[in-house]
Design a protein around this ligand. Sequence first.
Ligand code: ZN
Ligand code: FE
Length: 258
Amino acid sequence: MLSLLPVPAFADNYIWLLHDGRDALAVDPGEAAPLRQALQALGLNLAAILVTHHHGDHVGGLAALRAGGFEGPVIGPAGEAIEGLTQTVAEGERLQCLGQDIQVLDVPGHTAGHIAFVVACEPPILFCGDTLFGAGCGRLFEGTPAQMQASLAKLLALPPQTRVCCAHEYTLSNLRFAQAVEPDNPALAARLQADQAARNTNRPTLPSTLALEAATNPFLRWNEPGVRAAARQRAPQPAVSDAPVAVFTALRQWKNQF
Ligand code: ZN
Ligand code: FE
């Protein structure tokens, strides 16, 4: 039996913990202290660390964890230079952790070498770092809109019941933007109400599911006529086509100024 929980770090990061009651897997430990506290409180042994990309709020705790006696593997992207990795992986590679099969996906866009991990349990678990957020997506710091749209399409193709574990609690502000794009989407209104209630009692809005993201996340809804129309209206000159990349690009630019 596996348990999945987000450990809050910094102002709005989550370090995801997957554990079997004895051994734990941690994803993107941007700082060591909150992870150590969670492991200690739950009586868990840290067995392995997964890293999605090189940003400091995802790797900043690696050195302290190592110095503190952690001896297990630190597995991260082959396409990025990250100090402290013991193993690099890329698209198509598989790992074994906690007795689970874990699949690696290349998802460039937020950074050039960003990867995601899919744990093949039921329902599956997606650790997507800063690629996909609750009702949003990461900013394009290193990649192109075409890369990010292709990365999001890859994630969208995973089973709908997949649990989506994002590295930041950005859902509420993303939902406000999503409502500006699709004011009449009833699934959005329902999600906003549920997630507002969660945040009011300091509960995480994550993990979500891929089905919920498909219904409410504008950055996955490039095929939706209402989303295309909103993108076109936002960028009339030159007109936005219905091509997924064009719709995605217009939405991302709009969100950057929202
Ligand atoms: Zn990042
Ligand atoms: Fe981040």
